[in-house]
Design a binder for this molecule. Sequence first.
Ligand code: BGC
Length: 582
Amino acid sequence: MNTTHPLPWWSNAVVYQLYVRSFADANGDGIGDLDGITNRLQYLADLGIDAIWLNPCYPSPQKDHGYDVADYLNIEPEYGDLAAYDRLIAEATRLNIRVLMDIVPNHCSTENDWFKRALAAGAGSELREWFYFRDGKGDDGSLPPNNWQAWFGGSAWNRTTNPDGTPGQWYLAMFTPDQPDLNWNHEPVRLAFDNILRFWWDRGAAGFRIDAPAVVGKTPGLPDAPPVPEGTLVTDIAVQNPHVYHRPEVHELFVRWRSVADAYEAEHPGRDIVLIGETFGPSLDIIASYVNERELHTTFFFTLLLNNWEAHRWRQAIQDGGNTLAKGGTSLAWTLNNHDAQRNVSRLGHSDAHLPSSFTFNNLINSHEPVDVEVGTRRARASMLIQGALPGPLFLYFGEELGLPEVLDLPEWALQDPIWERSGRTERGRDGCRVPMPWTSDASTNYGFSDGTDAPQQPWLPQPAQWSELAADQQTNDPNSMLSLYRDVLAARRAMSTQPWVDMLDLPQSPDDTDQATDNQANEDNPIVAYKRGNTTVIANLGSEPFVLPTDCGEIILASGHCPEPGILPSDTAVWLGPARQ
Ligand code: BGC
């Protein structure tokens, strides 16, 4: 480590993603809120995290649960107010936890004053330049301006109605019709966001997770997209549109925001801001191109979340991350779960016969294949050990430390994700990973979610009764629980070297075939993932047969599951090996 330039706080940080609506409900209305989070921060400090990321908590009609922002400079009343935000920051600061906000640049809400003003100002006005308003095609303008499809289904264009009731122009909305796309070629839009960033930094935020930045640019003239093959899932269509995905405006946005952040840091010595992009993309090279001294500080690398349970994919992801880092010093953030994906306990519990060869965003959230949660839990535990020693920020999603599975059988009446309706009720969407957290086994308080309130309302999504066994208070004193495993991994990670990258290890598949060792890394049948960081060796067995551990890597300091025979690593299990503890 360079002692004159210590690593910034976020470079190896553990960030806990809070779906605000689902973490803790302080006022008993069945909806999570900021005071609920403040009351539970000690739990997160005990878990061993460095920062929290709040999913959008701005005023919003909640058509896409906060990703439809009506006012970027306030707090959603269901979640509290600015005073509650200040209380959260104060308690987080006391516990040495930083707070990241979620910023949504591509679109706002139709309820945002920007959009209302633009509608009122009429066709051709400067205020309409904030968005993509266009006349329709056809003699009477009744056809959409082009053939673009929205991410969550249907046309990306929506027709407005003039004040006199006649049909008006169309506006572009790449997600739902409630989320009009902002025009990033218009300077007032950029200026408005500069101020929004500074507003939250002034209130104590340590940085931003940037939502869906890959779609902020649009090809001038808005030409038609190439036709998509029949049967493509609605949630896959938009990513195939080259006129909205990874255009040069993405770099422009990052360059601008980085310069705003750098200027803010210069004016406020001691502040250390982080900008992290949700840069889903077709290749790691594209994603990595956004991380440099003029753009993002770091970005998500989603491959571990997209992997199935084949070791060669995990080796490849770690290797790719390493190569990228070596090439450009790029910081990549790792994650196994988030609010858009099926939880990994379920994802990895798909019976092998049905396991897709690689997960896509879609089958992560829409898979109806049978799931063995016990198998999935074993694999999720092993995944945490694989991920836990990697250099770079690590993002956890609320409830993964309890081993919560996806709720696959939410009743249809309860489904709220816009994907459900927009797909014509063919894709259930993401509600199953957003069900409120079980804190205790007490059903009368929504399993502790609405603790401390009398006769709370039902939670906004129903919690399965079996979750009483997974509640935080049931796990906290059990040394074999998922919660204990997460605490142990995070404590050991904190103590480990800050060495920036790892060496992949090429272990023979059995003690007898050492002569083939050099082929093992590339061999798709090799079920072992092994790497070394500092003096910690991580070995995971993703296969069905036991594996003989090497004898020269030290003792087992952490194990994801029971290892009954000395020197043998059972199937679906991972260990950290290292020098004996004092
Ligand atoms: C967020 C989603 C959201 C979408 C639209 C994504 O990147 O993670 O939850 O629905 O952006 O804002």
